[in-house]
Write a protein that binds this ligand. Structure first.
Ligand code: ATP
Length: 229
């Protein structure tokens, strides 16, 4: 398996305030990697640093062997990184259909395939995104990212705040994506759903990678130390 995304020792600041102090992370082709850690430990900042939404000031990040450091976020997206950001930001004043085709790029993911994954979206094609329920907006955010035909899909808290039945639909979609060989970097607090699909876990503590391993190596002690409340 070749490495798709490789991050070594990245450090990221918000103004004068340092959020990342050395994050190491790798996603190989076809892998699902869970990025874990308590609130405020740097998961979203790591994702923002990968996607060029925040610039890291030290360390290195490469995708398909290409250095991400100098690239603006739209160029990073075009390399094949599809982000479903925390807070599921869809274009509120575009319809479901318009949201889906806005960022579409050629590839295996087409409207038909997104509709098969989330049949509810097709039923709401002409609705404006801001009239959808939270769960539908999340499906739209995932569908929109897939329409860019990403080599790597990044999901940041995709099930947060959703009703249980909708969460199950999102998790089923993630399992289907994994089965189809999609490479995924995922942040989610529901360990009981996350761990069964993860090939590897990366734990952040205070902006630093403190542990990497497979889900079956994640002991109760590690969970208590790094993931407990
Ligand atoms: P959560 O699970 O709560 O989303 P997280 O692990 O994703 O947490 P980050 O959101 O990356 O953590 O936050 C890492 C650190 O950076 C925290 O100390 C946070 O307060 C700080 N931080 C995050 N966003 C900003 C910002 N826009 N400006 C300043 N500091 C920020």
């Amino acid at each position: 398996m070749s490495d798709l995304l490789k991050i070594s020792g990245i450090e990221t600041f918000y103004g004068h305030s340092q959020a990342l102090f050395g994050v190491d992370l790798q996603v190989n082709e076809g892998e699902v990697v869970a990025l874990m850690g308590r609130n405020g430990m740097g998961k979203t900042t790591t994702i923002a640093s990968i996607c060029g939404l925040e610039k890291y000031s030290a360390g290195s990040a490469s995708f398909k062997g290409i250095d991400l450091g100098p690239l603006p976020s739209h160029k990073i997206a075009r390399l094949g990184i599809g982000l479903v950001p925390e807070g599921r930001r869809c274009f509120p004043n575009l319809t479901v259909y318009e949201n889906l085709i806005a960022a579409a790029r050629p590839g295996d993911w087409t409207l038909d395939r997104v509709n098969a994954l989330f049949p509810r979206l097709q039923e709401r094609y002409d609705q404006y995104a801001n009239t959808l329920s939270g769960g539908e907006q999340q499906m739209l955010a995932v569908g929109r990212a897939l329409m860019t035909n990403p080599t790597l899909l990044i999901l940041d808290e995709a099930t947060e705040g959703l009703a249980p039945v909708i969460r199950q639909e999102i998790w089923q979609a993630v399992r289907d994506l994994k089965a189809a060989g999609q490479s995924i970097l995922i942040v989610d607090k529901t360990l009981s759903e996350l761990l069964p699909i993860a090939d590897r876990c990366v734990i952040l503590e205070k902006g630093t990678t403190v542990w990497t391993g497979s889900p079956d190596q994640l002991t109760r002690d590690l969970e208590n130390r790094y993931l407990g409340v």
